[in-house]
Design a protein around this ligand. Structure first.
Ligand code: FEO
Ligand code: CA
Ligand code: CA
Length: 684
């Protein structure tokens, strides 16, 4: 039997420079089928009248009616000119100044690289080293990878496909020589992984085994040498689609989460669409379940299904043909779709631990989640819903962080309150014309409110029970009137300045037809290149009020794009498009990795440093560029050691077997392999 026929399913799906097959596998051709948010997004006045009909749709009981509105406040103050305070341990503390650079990682920005180049390009004086690539054996009994003899059994013991979020922590007591790395495997590119004659059933099982998560130990001679991974190390682990995850929080055990396989509604097999993530202050990893809708067939008759993009059609990978739980039209599995779309927490230091899915952070297409300990000791997690016109969320824990009490801290994401963001601009709407040109006050800026969805542990959305808010979070959010955003990807609080940065990657539908028009926080019609929002909660990370401004409006000034780099001269910046993942270095510079630049400015994706403070605020410098069709993911910056790490996801994904477009990282004439790469200074 031949490999599943992807192009027939999705032949009109492609956008920009991306192929139809890529679109089908990446996000179930979301572009082709349009955004899921058709809500009128009513004002508060409209909520009471809509509550009854919404209850009918969801079949839920009454929820608490308490709604607390945060007050508004002024726009974000001008950035400080002092040095970063360098005390970023995430444990409370006051807002610090923004860093005016000063990093030990010094480099001259590279020129952008044309999107057809199959090169990994780094700044002069640096080398790049693959650490681990798709198919590398993780265990002593794992077979070496063989392009022409793949099997699910082998893949289960090897590094998975499409490495996205990546984090590295030193293993205590190893003198900096040993570390543990955690990696998400977001999705698979079956079109370039297998020979076309691969049996369809085998292709499904191999593809499933290439999803999930990896924990793997690394070692190095010293900090001047690159890491390599350790086959057979004690912490090595693959987490698969048949591994148990424990549901936590108020929705665990809900009728909405029960299936014939799990009548208690508390145990899910596997995780899907794991995109970005975050490191908690207690050393666990968070992983966002993002485009989970593309793995299920569903009747899609309810508002709840439609709002998440489920459809009654064969999926691109066809898993539902072999595993009935992926067909939600099958009796007993109707709720399987409700068991994905959460933030997952994994303890990389305990290979026997059961990963958890935290319902308290809500269910949506989580890009990832990033945690900071608030001034009052509560834990705050920020998370974006990465779909056009969806929302930005914040979770505030019920309990407080206790330094050194890891067992307690590991429970903090299980209970708390959930909020969704509403942005208000301070310039007249008439001055936001969709071009990206600054309004008369010289800034895209204003105030904002975190609107409660869960408050004091109870539903804050009329007509929604607590369980409904946490499982049908998009519908609950629609009811309270948040701002429709241009695809929030990573949302990262700086442990230096305590400001929060939101990567809005792009939104081709902004201001088009009946879709929402440009506003001050999403100021460009047909937003091709994205922008970065900077949020300041002004000394209280649990506050319901904030100030905001746009740090960057991305693009290529040399191509005539209407851009903004916080006033830094546009002719001196590296062109940048489609910001996705964010990271900070030790002195508080922001680093941005991109996904989609080929469709934006026509260059390969890359990693960029942005100075946040001082006269150079807004300066963007490109550090590296990844091979064609590749996305730059999971940046880790260790500027003290003059080294950085990125995951290169889906290199050459627009190719096909026999006509590959990339041979990264080995350039051996076989095909591309997603790979985690370390960059460090050239030696000798
Ligand atoms: Fe998987 Fe939002 O990127
Ligand atoms: Ca303004
Ligand atoms: Ca991403």
């Amino acid at each position: 039997m031949a490999l599943i026929d992807l192009p027939l399913l999705m032949k009109d799906a492609a956008r920009g420079k991306r192929s139809a097959v890529t679109c089908a596998l990446k996000c179930a051709s979301q572009c082709a089928f349009g955004p899921c948010n058709h809500s009128d997004n009513p004002t508060f006045r409209d909520i009471a009248s809509s509550a009854l009909s919404r209850r009918a749709v969801l079949g839920g009981g009454t929820g608490a009616l308490a709604i607390a509105l945060g007050g508004t406040q002024g726009a974000l103050a001008a950035p400080g000119n002092g040095k970063g305070n360098g005390n970023g341990n995430g444990n409370g503390g006051k807002s610090g100044a923004l860093a005016p650079n000063g990093s030990k990682l010094r480099f001259e920005a590279i020129a952008p690289v044309e999107y057809t180049a199959d090169d990994f390009t780094v700044a002069e004086g640096f080398d790049w080293h693959p650490i681990i690539r798709w198919g590398d054996p993780l265990f002593d009994d794992a077979p070496d990878f063989d392009w022409n003899a793949q099997s699910a059994e082998a893949q289960r013991l090897q590094f998975g496909y499409n490495n996205d979020y990546t984090e590295i922590q030193e293993i205590p007591g190893t003198n900096g020589k040993r570390a543990v790395m955690f990696v998400n495997h977001e999705y698979t590119n079956e079109n370039i992984m297998f020979p076309p004659e691969t049996d369809a059933d085998d292709a499904i099982e191999i593809g499933m085994a290439a999803h999930g998560l990896t924990v793997v130990e690394l070692e190095r001679k010293n900090k001047n040498f690159p890491y390599s991974y350790v086959r057979g190390a004690a912490l090595n682990r693959r987490i698969h689609l048949d591994d148990e995850f424990q549901l936590t929080g108020p929705a665990a055990g809900s009728d909405l989460l029960k299936t014939v396989d799990d009548p208690e509604g508390r145990t899910v097999l596997g995780t899907l669409g794991n995109c970005a993530g975050g490191l908690t202050p207690w050393g666990t990893l968070l992983s966002g379940e993002e485009n989970f809708h593309g793995y299920f067939r569903s009747a899609a008759t309810s508002e709840a299904e439609q709002r998440y993009g489920f459809a009654d059609r064969a999926t691109a990978r066809g898993w539902e043909s072999k595993h009935e739980r992926f067909d939600a039209t099958t009796e007993g599995y109707e709720n399987e779709i409700n068991r994905f779309g959460y933030i997952v927490e994994v303890d990389p230091f305990d290979p026997t631990s059961t990963p958890r899915k935290h319902t308290s952070l809500g269910r949506f297409k989580h890009e990832g989640a990033n945690v900071i300990v608030a001034e009052n000791g509560k834990v705050v997690a920020y998370s974006g819903d990465d779909e056009r016109f969806d929302y930005l969320y914040k979770f505030v824990s019920r309990d407080t962080y206790v330094e050194g009490d890891r067992a307690h801290n590991m429970t903090l994401l299980e209970n708390g309150d959930l909020f969704v963001a509403k942005f208000t601009g301070n310039s007249p709407a008439s001055e936001i014309d969709g071009s990206g040109e600054l309004p008369e006050d010289g800034a895209f800026d204003g105030s904002g409110e975190w609107l409660p969805l869960v408050l004091d542990g109870e539903s804050a959305v009329p007509g929604f029970t607590l369980e409904e808010v946490l499982v049908h979070t998009r519908l609950a959010a629609d009811a309270v009137g948040p701002t429709k955003m241009d695809r929030c990807e990573d949302v990262e609080p700086s442990l230096h300045s305590r400001r929060v940065y939101v990567a809005c990657t792009n939104n081709s539908n902004r201001g088009v037809g009946d879709y929402a028009a440009a506003d001050e926080v999403n100021p460009r019609t047909e937003n091709r290149d994205g922008h970065i929002v900077e949020i300041d909660e002004q000394g209280d990370q649990t506050s319901t009020a904030f100030a905001w401004n746009l740090l960057l409006v991305a693009g290529d000034p040399a191509q005539g794009d209407q851009t903004y780099f916080s006033g830094f001269p546009v002719e001196q910046v590296s062109p940048i498009s489609c910001p996705d993942n964010l990271a900070f270095d030790s002195v508080g510079n922001l680093w941005i990795s991109t996904d989609g630049a080929p469709s934006g400015i026509g260059y390969n994706d890359g990693l960029f440093r942005v100075t946040l403070g001082g006269e150079a605020r807004g300066r963007v410098e490109q550090f590296l560029s990844v091979p064609r069709d590749g996305e730059t993911c999971g940046p880790i910056i260790r500027d003290e050691d003059r080294t950085a790490f990125v995951s290169v996801q889906h290199p050459g994904e627009d190719g096909e077997w026999g006509a590959q477009l990339s041979y990264f990282p080995d350039y051996d004439g076989q095909g591309p392999k997603p790979t985690v790469v370390q960059v460090l200074p050239q030696r000798g």
